[in-house]
Design a protein. Structure first.
Length: 171
């Protein structure tokens, strides 16, 4: 068995990779430890299965080894997905947003705003999405969305918000 993250060989009974610390998997409903995940839907696959029960894609031997190219494709898709999630949740002021999704969404939001600066519509939509994203980030650090009013205090308020945005998530 090999680690999904770093590709190093692992003990089949291990719960974590000793090289990178990545959690091996989770328990399948049948009780077996899952180390394989479907490349199509990402759901855990029973090690004895030939087909993913969630999406029906055939499982091939060796299909779970991760090359560096596949790793970077996954990273690019997940990073851009944070921006898409921000736009999907434009009017969602409930819930939470973690540190990494917050900053990736902010980065892509600024890039898209600069790309489409000639149009006022797209930057306005992104600005609305930024507001809800910031409220969800404040919820994630245990603060009320009303803390967003610190934007009205030049420099000091901005610094307070920057510090809050960089804090780790609260349980």
């Amino acid at each position: 068995m090999y680690c999904r993250n770093c590709g190093k060989p692992m003990d089949p009974a291990a719960s974590f990779c000793v090289t990178c610390g990545m959690k091996v998997g989770q328990r399948h409903p049948n009780g077996r430890l899952v180390s394989n995940f479907c490349k199509n839907c990402g759901k855990p696959i029973d090690p004895a299965a030939d087909v993913c029960l969630s999406c029906g894609v055939a499982v091939q031997e060796g299909s779970f080894s991760r090359s560096m190219n596949t790793f970077w494709q996954d990273v690019q898709q997940s990073v851009f997905r944070h921006f898409i999630d921000m736009l999907r949740n434009i009017f969602d002021y409930e819930g939470r947003t973690g540190v990494a999704p917050f900053w990736w969404a902010i980065l892509f939001g600024w890039l898209f705003s600069l790309l489409f600066a000639w149009s006022w519509v797209i930057p306005a939509i992104i600005a609305l999405a930024f507001i809800s994203l910031q409220v969800r980030r404040l919820h994630d650090v245990g603060r009320s969305g009303w803390f967003l009013l610190f934007w009205l205090l030049p420099l000091v308020g901005w610094l307070v918000l920057l510090i809050l945005y960089c804090q780790p998530s609260q349980p």
